[in-house]
Design a protein around this ligand. Structure first.
Ligand SMILES: O=C(O)CCC(=O)C(=O)O
Ligand SMILES: [Fe+2]
Length: 335
């Protein structure tokens, strides 16, 4: 198991200045040849402290329709709170390998939580240049800090503080998206489970890669969540597919990157679009990111909101339990 971790493979690869063939993407996926280098339009920035609420809603709506992704600034989460979550996460990944393996995800376990790497190859028969750690952070009833990293000791407090701050921002984003559909501000959140909306933290650890032109971190996908709230470290790597090509996302320091996920696309009956994205890796530096996937509880039935469906605007998506959607997505079955 241990020598399968990308972090361990990366140390070997560094010495050899090459990467194992199972990480070499096929021609049509290689970032070296598929990244657009012309003038890329910049990912929209939304200022959450703008006193003009309508303007905030309009900015969120436009970004949600045209991009499926935006960066929130002046979101009110203190920079130190974010830095602390990043510090403890990084320190965990810097622990000796044996210590991390104590948290390894158990294949037979019901939940997705723990430390891991994608052990199977993907549809293309390739592997992703990334290790990760998943754990629930909300609601309280689904949080089990005994499976969170115990080292560094401040891990738990840092994550609890961040969660508290993030919940408020999630509510604000969902409220704006709801108003943008012509609905009252609480309607969208209610349709996604209300207070039972689930927040799952993932820490992505992308080790340095001698051939960043040939490998990918996370391969092209849309998130199956409702929305994803992400903070990266200072190393670039996120790419979005827009206007027919892959462009680097320029990150605004201290912003929160909001991805529209599949569930928001579905409830909005396609008004908002989930964003197709992927990540590249860096030759010298470790890239890390902390996405928080905000999703309906698994038994929640999710479909286009009845208020948005009419004879003129018929339902574009099936209505089904979130767990059934997730099953199809994970197993690459038609929805
Ligand atoms: O690392 C990133 O910026 C994005 C990661 C991502 O898309 C994911 O884990 O779903
Ligand atoms: Fe993603």
């Amino acid at each position: 198991m241990e020598d399968e971790r990308v972090q361990a493979i990366a140390s070997l690869s560094k010495a050899l200045d090459t990467i194992p063939s199972e990480f070499i993407r096929s021609e049509h996926e290689r970032p070296g040849t598929t990244t657009f280098h012309g003038p890329a339009p910049e990912i929209p920035v939304v200022d959450l402290a703008d006193p003009d609420r309508d303007r905030v809603v309009q900015a969120v709506v436009k970004a949600g329709q045209e991009w499926g992704i935006f960066q929130l600034v002046n979101h009110g989460i203190p920079a130190e709170v974010i830095k602390e979550v990043q510090r403890v996460g990084r320190e965990f990944f810097e622990l000796p390998q044996e210590e991390k393996e104590a948290y390894a995800m158990k294949p037979e376990s019901e939940t997705l939580e723990g430390y891991g790497s994608k052990l199977q190859k993907d549809l293309e028969g390739k592997k992703a240049w990334v290790d990760f750690f998943f754990h629930n952070i909300w609601p309280q009833s689904r949080v089990n800090p005994s499976i969170w990293p115990k080292n560094p000791p401040s891990y738990r407090k840092a994550n609890e503080d961040y969660t508290k701050c993030l919940l408020r921002v999630v509510d604000e984003v969902l409220a704006s998206l709801s108003l943008g559909l012509g609905l009252e501000e609480q309607v969208l959140k209610e349709a996604l489970g209300g207070e039972d909306l689930e927040l799952l933290l993932k820490i992505n650890y992308y080790p340095p890669c001698p051939r960043p032109d040939l490998a990918l971190g996370v391969v092209a996908h849309t998130d199956m969540s409702a929305i994803t709230m992400l903070v990266p470290n200072e190393v670039p790597g996120l790419q979005v597919f827009k206007d027919g090509h892959w462009s680097d996302a320029k990150y605004v320091p201290n912003a929160i990157v909001v991805h529209i996920g599949d569930q928001i696309e579905i409830v909005s009956n396609g008004k908002y679009k989930s964003v197709l994205h992927r990540t590249t890796v860096n030759k010298e530096k470790v890239r890390m990111s902390w996405p928080v996937f905000c999703s309906p509880p698994e038994e929640m039935v999710v479909g286009p909101l009845p208020q948005l469906v009419s004879n003129e605007s018929t339902a574009k998506y099936k209505t089904k339990k979130y767990k059934d959607y997730r099953y199809c997505k994970i197993n690459k079955l038609p929805q």
